[in-house]
Design a binder for this molecule. Structure first.
Ligand SMILES: NC(=O)c1ccc[n+]([C@@H]2O[C@H](COP(=O)([O-])OP(=O)(O)OC[C@H]3O[C@@H](n4cnc5c(N)ncnc54)[C@H](OP(=O)(O)O)[C@@H]3O)[C@@H](O)[C@H]2O)c1
Length: 337
């Protein structure tokens, strides 16, 4: 069953062009599946930018943080495991002595921790140009967060939703006072195409009955895309100089797979041609965050550094607005209990 669902990802990917995926042939942006984060940011000077990368201690987030720092951005690694984040910081500095990297504690599964992170970040009195909502968990068995919310939805969407809202004034201020466009990049996934039938199970979000590890992950990644679209729409309406886009990084073997190692290894056997390495996996995020061609581009979904049409659920504006209100209600409810 799990393998069948996973193979349905393959069919979705096939629509993106097997040839392009296998060969890494560049798309209209000039980049493709074989491009690395370093290649897509070649020549970019990010020395005037401050970036937060959630989950920057491992996998795609670490490579994104490393490459942003290489392009001279000041990078804040936001991580729940401070020891791992400090090791990541040391690894970046070892390679690049002038890298500006700081580490702050953030557990997205706890709304209290999200608020504490924002307080700590604000205390640093830094500007904020780039927010990379990268952290995530996948295929977890049914659990509730400390706020009583299903863990994949809580970590992948709700924690990031609150984080983004709390950082928005800082980002708006930075964009206004510097005249430099702010950018928010939200890591979604091709898995947004395989949520529950209704997209988001608003009335059963925490239910154990009917819970599917795969569909709950798909639901959370659909929520990421809907959040990106709705936030982009709101910021455009306000006339704010901040773009918001979502990305699918590709398929990359990272610690994300730890809840289903056998399934993912078997899946990889059938789909070996679709997999990327970590430097390639961080390319789309880095392209959307830093590339000059992305100036003014907002509310779009990117795969292999090129714009891609997301699923019909993801393009549903009513669903995006409903999710926005629902997320606010969940946060209000949690703070009252
Ligand atoms: N790898 C892929 O094939 C793939 C495909 C599509 C989309 N994505 C998306 O890409 C993003 C990065 O994934 P990855 O493959 O790089 O996986 P990864 O190496 O496991 O990175 C995920 C990061 O998120 C952190 N994290 C998890 N729960 C957290 C929490 N409650 N609070 C704060 N940080 C938390 C993890 O920290 P810990 O080490 O403490 O758990 C880890 O550093 C995810 O959003 C994922 O959904 C990945």
């Amino acid at each position: 069953m799990h393998l069948c669902s996973s193979l349905s990802f393959t069919l979705q990917v096939s629509e993106m062009g097997i040839f392009a995926l296998m060969t890494g042939r560049p798309g209209p942006s000039g980049f493709g599946s074989a491009s690395t984060a370093e290649q897509v940011t070649e020549g970019v000077d990010a020395s005037n930018l401050t970036a937060i990368v959630t989950g920057g201690a491992s996998g795609i987030g670490f490579e994104t943080a490393r490459v942003l720092a290489l392009r001279r951005a000041h990078v804040i690694i936001a991580a729940r495991n401070i020891e791992a984040a400090n090791e990541a910081k040391q690894a970046i500095i070892k390679e690049n002595i002038s890298a500006r990297v700081d580490v702050l504690k953030l557990d997205l599964c706890s709304l209290k921790s999200v608020r504490a992170f924002v307080d700590s970040f604000n205390a640093l009195d830094l500007p904020l140009n780039l927010l990379i909502n990268n952290a995530g968990v996948m295929f977890c068995s049914h659990q509730l967060s400390e706020d009583g919310v299903e863990v994949q939805f809580a970590t992948n969407h709700l924690g990031h939703f609150l984080l983004t809202n709390l950082l928005l004034d800082k980002m708006k201020n930075t964009a206004r006072t510097t005249g430099v466009e702010g950018r928010i990049v939200i890591l979604s996934s091709l898995a947004h195409t395989t949520p529950y039938q209704e997209g988001i199970r608003f009335d059963k979000i925490n239910d154990r009955i009917g819970y599917s590890e795969l569909k709950a992950y798909g639901q959370s990644k659909l929520a990421n895309l809907l959040h990106s679209n709705e936030l982009s729409r709101r910021l455009q309406e306000e006339g704010v100089n901040i773009t918001v886009n979502s990305v699918h990084p590709g398929l990359i073997m990272t610690p994300l797979m730890r809840h289903s190692p056998l399934l993912m290894k078997t899946f990889k056997l059938f789909t070996f041609w679709m997999w990327k390495n970590v430097p390639q996996g961080a390319a789309t995020t880095s392209y959307v965050a830093l590339h000059p061609k992305m100036k003014g581009v907002t509310g779009k979904y990117f795969v292999d550094c090129n714009e891609m049409k997301p699923s019909s659920h993801a393009g549903d504006e009513k669903l995006a607005k409903k999710l926005w209100d629902f997320s606010n209600k969940l946060i209000d409810g949690a703070s009252k209990s």
